[in-house]
Design a protein around this ligand. Structure first.
Ligand code: SAH
Length: 406
């Protein structure tokens, strides 16, 4: 009798442990380290569970492979939490976040400002946490994580002892999970926007109404690049937001910096950040459409030594790549035309659907049309606190190239 019990499937409150059983051959990606299970890969579900629960994932012979958050309302029905059968209650979340902190510490990353949890890449699918000094900003993107929000707050308070935690789950991806957008303090009271010290710059961060969680932290190492190439330069930062590249360039010794952004709020904060660092004398920020301004600067014969292009994602779908290519080509062509010989173009694409290869091809075409010879001097991607899973190409989206015009 004893033996029979030990050999039987794992029991949960007298019921078989709920599970999703994959179709034959559909376990390969998961075994290679990819953290998603698509609806079409599941043969059947077994047992009693609700969407948002943690259930087992099994191969077609019902051998356990992983445990995952399940949500049958989403195309991605399973998000792998662990490749072992381990209890994911209690200390699990806290331990995973502590691991994410320890990994960043080993890399020597700034503990005061940066991404401290990056979803799948930190084996916590659906949870993003950015740190801005005393404040943490969280994005909760899946039903499973949403059900854990109380635990998330508890773990973050314990591990960081923050002044407060603010939620910026005002993202449309939540719709795919059947969740409404959510925004507001999760803990603590925010009297003023947080101010951080980032690579020697004082920056006020609009965690409440800014884009993403307030800063484009994925560009941090690339901002430093602008600082390096800025000495004595006339600089243009064409999609400057609150001045990530522009202020680094000014601090790096630029003779003058012109920052452009379509958002009045972003430009206002860029200006006040320049003043906070006594850089306002060399920085001008203007609200406007970068496409028009680039064309205007070219026809007026204005010339620069460093141009930065960090536009928003021109495509969020595979189908819209063609339009995106036109957009990238136009701005890169203009930028190359207004660069002085020896000048540098830092050009970025955050569109996942635009591959690095395709992006390089667009830049090459732009250079041809602009009649400029260019040399690629740096190839970069997102900051190391936004790690990439080699098994999941979706986790790499940012391309940043530096090209010198000769
Ligand atoms: N380089 C910035 C991030 C830029 S994000 C940083 O590192 O902090 C892209 C920015 O482009 C957003 O701030 C958005 O407001 C702006 N934008 C979008 N369309 C634009 C347009 N047509 N002209 C100028 N800015 C635009």
């Amino acid at each position: 009798m004893q033996g029979r019990v030990a050999d039987s499937p794992l029991l949960f409150c007298g019921m078989p442990m709920p599970s999703m059983i994959l179709r034959k051959g559909r376990d390969q990606r998961l075994k290679a380290g990819h953290p998603w299970i698509y609806a079409g890969e599941v043969e059947r579900f077994r047992g009693e569970f609700q969407d948002g629960d943690v259930i087992d994932v099994k191969d077609h012979r019902e051998r356990p492979l992983a445990c995952a958050h399940v949500n049958r309302q989403s195309q991605i029905v399973g998000r792998v939490l662990s490749l072992q059968r381990e209890p994911v209650e209690g200390a699990f979340l806290r331990t995973r976040i502590a691991d994410a902190i320890a990994c960043r510490k080993r890399l020597g990353l700034d503990p005061g400002v940066g991404r401290v949890v990056y979803s799948e890449a930190d084996f916590l699918p659906g949870l993003i946490v950015d740190r801005y000094g005393g404040w943490l900003v969280a994005q909760i993107l899946t039903l499973g994580m949403d059900r854990w929000r109380g635990r998330i707050v508890e773990a973050l308070r314990e591990l960081f002892q923050p002044e407060g935690i603010y939620e910026r789950s005002d993202m449309s991806v939540r719709e795919h999970e059947g969740l409404p957008v959510a925004k507001g303090p999760l803990w603590g009271e925010m009297r003023d926007l947080p101010e951080v010290l980032l690579d020697g710059l004082r920056l006020r961060v609009d965690v409440v109404n800014g884009q993403k969680t307030g800063l484009f932290l994925d560009q941090r190492q690339n901002w430093a690049l602008a600082g390096r190439y800025a000495q004595g330069a006339r600089v243009l930062d064409a999609f400057c937001y609150t001045g990530g590249f522009a202020l680094h360039a000014a601090k790096g010794g630029a003779a003058s910096v012109l920052g452009l952004d379509i958002s009045e709020d972003a430009v206002a904060l860029a200006r006040s950040n320049a003043a906070l660092n006594d850089l306002e004398g060399r920085c001008t920020f203007e609200a406007g459409n970068a496409f028009d301004r680039l064309r205007g600067l070219d026809s007026q014969g204005e010339r620069f030594d460093l141009v930065v292009l960090d536009p928003p994602s021109f495509t969020r779908s595979k189908g819209a790549v063609e339009g995106a290519v036109r957009g990238y080509k136009e701005i890169n062509l203009r930028a190359l035309k207004i660069l002085n010989p020896g000048g540098v173009l830092i050009t970025c694409s955050c569109s996942y659907h635009m591959s690095e290869e395709a992006f390089r091809a667009v830049i090459n075409e732009a250079a041809q049309d602009a009649r400029r010879r260019v040399r690629l001097v740096e190839v970069r991607t997102q900051a190391p606190d936004h790690p990439i899973l080699p098994a999941a190409k979706e986790t790499q989206y940012l391309k940043c190239l530096a090209l010198q015009v000769v």
